[in-house]
Design a protein around this ligand. Structure first.
Ligand code: HEC
Length: 136
């Protein structure tokens, strides 16, 4: 291999590594292109069906309250799960997309006795659009 070929091969290898390192985002389903997505109209029904049984009331897991907009924005005892305006950075999106390193962060847990189901790519897309549009 001459020097030019070697340099090109090295650059290609470095590029591949860079792509792999940024791969986390590619696991996320794309944001929905629906306009004017709000908690009340689009998001609450998804959270009510799949999160609220464990994340509401006095015994809310991780002290996270998913039954109100305020609760979802406030986050857990450890901090915020919504990064308003940036769904790809939001912990909740990684959690519901199974894109975090820790399996026990994947929500809802499976199996569970709350009747909560893994969100569909369409539902995750709505959650992403909601956050990207300002989490109103
Ligand atoms: C069957 C019960 C159950 C359901 C349903 C459920 N969760 Fe959880 N969730 C838990 C438990 C248990 C924990 C861990 C609590 C702790 O560590 O104190 C948790 C923790 C979390 C955390 C914090 C994770 C961390 O490591 O910081 C987030 C965020 C979360 N849930 C979001 C959700 C969302 C969003 C939904 C709905 C899509 C959901 N959960 C549905 C039981 C549930």
């Amino acid at each position: 291999m001459n020097l030019t070929k070697f340099t090109l091969a090295a650059m290609a290898a470095a590029f591949t590594v860079t792509l792999a390192a940024s791969g986390a985002d590619t696991k996320l389903p794309p944001a929905s292109d629906k306009k004017d997505v709000t908690y009340a109209t689009d998001i609450k029904p998804i959270f009510d069906a799949n999160c609220v049984k464990c994340h509401s009331g006095d015994r809310a897991k991780a002290r996270l309250h998913m039954d109100t907009l305020e609760g979802a924005l406030k986050g857990t005892k450890a901090g915020k799960i919504v990064t308003v305006g940036d769904s790809a950075k939001s912990f909740i999106v990684k959690s519901i997309s199974h894109a975090t390193g820790e399996r026990d962060e994947w929500m809802p847990p499976t199996p569970n006795k709350a009747g909560a189901k893994t969100l569909t790519p369409q539902e995750i897309g709505l959650v992403r659009a909601w956050i990207d549009q300002g989490a109103k």
